[in-house]
Design a protein around this ligand. Sequence first.
Ligand SMILES: NC(=O)c1ccc[n+]([C@@H]2O[C@H](COP(=O)([O-])OP(=O)(O)OC[C@H]3O[C@@H](n4cnc5c(N)ncnc54)[C@H](OP(=O)(O)O)[C@@H]3O)[C@@H](O)[C@H]2O)c1
Length: 224
Amino acid sequence: MWRAFFPGQANEGQPVAIHENFTKCSDLDAGFPCNKAYFRNFLSATIKSSSRGVESEMKVTLLMALTADGLIGKDDAHLTDWTAAEDKKLFKSFTQKAGVVIMGSKTFDTLDRPLPGRKVVILTRKKNRAAPWDNVTFTDLPPGELLESLEKEGHQHAVVSGGATINALFARHGLIDEIILTYSPTIFGSGVPLFAKEVSMNLSLEKVRRMGDNMIYAHYKVIA
Ligand SMILES: NC(=O)c1ccc[n+]([C@@H]2O[C@H](COP(=O)([O-])OP(=O)(O)OC[C@H]3O[C@@H](n4cnc5c(N)ncnc54)[C@H](OP(=O)(O)O)[C@@H]3O)[C@@H](O)[C@H]2O)c1
């Protein structure tokens, strides 16, 4: 639960309780007319700043491999072994450069290896989870607090990389700054979507290119 201060409203400066699960105007008891655009633009910005801390400059990139029909896996235990070498190379170099990769426990269970050269943060509610590798940590911190703690450790860039549950968690907190999607020439027909829950984002396409022989790389900035 956070406190929002609604700019430009009669109650500006008066704290209104907001919750991570709020997705629409009617979830608020804000005391003023609220429409979808207001909710998206101001509320998510408020969540972002209040959960990260106003001074936070931590950049968050969502980096995911998609099939041509927009899926990230066949089921929640499906290892991402269906992407080409260029994609694996991109994941390794991008996450190592960022320094931190964040994922859900189901995704980590499909890998079950340490991903050297970067800090790997696994979200789980299971208090007893542990791994034998120094660079792997487990946490149940809310996403904003997790970013704050990573920033205090000196990190400036984190990559969120699945699965659908964790992607939705960060998106619904308004914490994703940019999205990099790689599209593989594969169709699953049914399976795991990019986000497990309803999410609303407006993007601007910053860069698109052919990747290797057969893939598409798309870089989007989250604008609201
Ligand atoms: N194509 C790609 O680039 C790519 C990348 C990554 C993953 N994937 C795919 O994504 C699929 C898995 O996605 P998924 O949505 O099922 O699982 P997930 O997002 O990887 O992990 C979900 C788990 O995260 C933990 N969790 C959820 N909310 C939490 C919270 N608020 N705080 C702390 N922990 C929390 C829970 O673990 P506990 O039960 O341990 O508490 C939950 O079971 C697989 O198919 C995988 O291959 C694809």
